[in-house]
Design a protein around this ligand. Structure first.
Ligand SMILES: *Cc1c(COP(=O)(O)O)cnc(C)c1O
Length: 377
């Protein structure tokens, strides 16, 4: 026998999460998650999943039939879109203006497809002119992939214009909406988005570990006409959907759904519906303006130009001579406040202050400004 490890129960403190995610979870969502676990094919649970699908459709503003939550975080949603739609040898135009665009490239290349890169400076949005040039130069491209809200820099790209361009040049659009969903305007059907994925732990303020995903009928058509099988068994949508749809009144086992996490997502989306999607967008915008005014008073400068700033992710330059890690440690220790470090090219150069979901409220903004003022002085 190995010696038995003995620990006390893990009781985390209540932090205030103002980084790039996870965000503060609604108390109602935490309560929902601790309700009794039922079987993943229990008729009552299956009924809740039908509601969950409608709730995800509302959040995405889509009528897409193939709409569900992947049983894994946003990165698995990303992989779901690429692995189901892209076949080896196909060309994908990948827009890269931060960490997550680069991950899209890696997805594409790992599945034996060809990534044509459109690079834009970190902190700037994807440039539609450069995208159109790439579409013109690559008439054989099948997809346009881009990140709507680049969490590594805080830049918002014009998803409506980019998806219209994709359509004009006969490409399907693949959109990362992990940070945008619930925080800024996003209209899947109206903007003609073909494949989209998000995450539970950003502006939905749910627990981490789930990824809402939706495919348009054109994307479903592409999936149906594949010449090669989807490389991933777990993420193969045609198998997963046998569990997520009650077509013919019967759902079949694919994998054990994360039952309690899905209760949490159901509750967080119910809260989004209760608030109203447009009201949620407005609240993120309003809180961003309050935060911005305070940050400017402290002499802190934004990484992203005003026109393309994300309200839910505020990247600011670390002032000259200030110790990045020391400040974040003090915020955590003395104020229970987490803000994000810089990522990739901005590591050590910027902080990322998230105002996501339940976190986008006045008390959080005031606490963050007060704490920063005290720690920096
Ligand atoms: C957080 C994030 C992801 C990855 O999501 P995980 O849940 O961490 O796997 C992907 N894209 C963007 C834009 C993100 O902000």
């Amino acid at each position: 026998m190995l010696p038995a490890p003995r620990f006390t129960a893990f009781n985390p403190p209540r932090r205030i999460l103002m980084g790039p995610g996870p965000s503060d979870v609604y108390p109602e969502v935490l309560a929902a998650q601790s309700r009794p676990t039922v079987g993943h094919l229990d008729p009552l649970f299956v009924g809740m999943m039908d509601e969950l699908k409608s709730l995800i459709q509302y959040a995405f503003q889509t009528k897409n039939e193939m709409t569900m939550a992947v049983s894994a975080p946003g990165s698995a949603g990303m992989e779901t879109c690429f692995v189901n739609l892209v076949e080896p040898g196909e060309k994908v135009i990948v827009c890269r203006n931060g960490v997550f665009g680069e991950r899209m490239r890696q997805n594409v290349e790992r599945m034996g497809a060809i990534a044509v890169l459109v690079d834009n400076e970190w902190g700037t949005p994807v440039d539609p002119t450069a995208v159109e040039a790439a579409l013109k130069a690559n008439p054989d491209a099948k997809f346009l992939a881009f990140v709507h809200a680049e969490t590594s820099t805080g830049a918002l790209s014009d998803a409506k214009t980019l998806c219209a361009l994709a359509k004009t040049y006969g490409c399907l659009s693949i959109v990362d909406a992990v940070t945008s969903l619930g925080g800024v305007e996003l209209r899947v059907d109206e903007w003609g988005i073909d494949a989209i994925y998000s995450g539970s732990q950003k502006c939905l303020s749910c627990v981490p570990g789930l990824s809402p995903v939706s495919f348009s009928s054109a994307a479903v058509e592409k999936l149906k006409n594949r010449k090669t099988p989807v490389q991933s068994w777990f993420l193969d949508q045609s198998l997963v959907m046998a569990y997520w749809t009650s077509a013919g009144g019967k759902r079949s086992y694919h994998h054990t759904a994360p039952v309690n996490a899905l209760y949490a997502l159901h509750e967080s989306l119910r809260m989004l519906v209760a608030e109203g999607l447009e009201n949620a967008w407005q609240r993120h915008h309003d809180m961003h303006l309050v935060l911005r005014a305070g940050l400017e008073k402290l002499g802190l400068n934004f990484v992203v130009a005003e026109a393309s700033r994300l309200p839910q992710l505020n990247a600011i330059y670390i002032p000259e001579g200030v110790d990045d890690a020391a400040v974040r440690t003090r915020l955590l220790k003395d104020y229970n406040l987490e803000i994000g470090a810089g990522l990739g090219a901005l590591a050590g150069k910027a902080w990322r202050i998230g105002l996501m979901g339940f976190g986008a409220r006045r008390e959080n903004v005031s606490l963050c400004l007060k704490a920063l003022e005290e720690v920096l002085s």
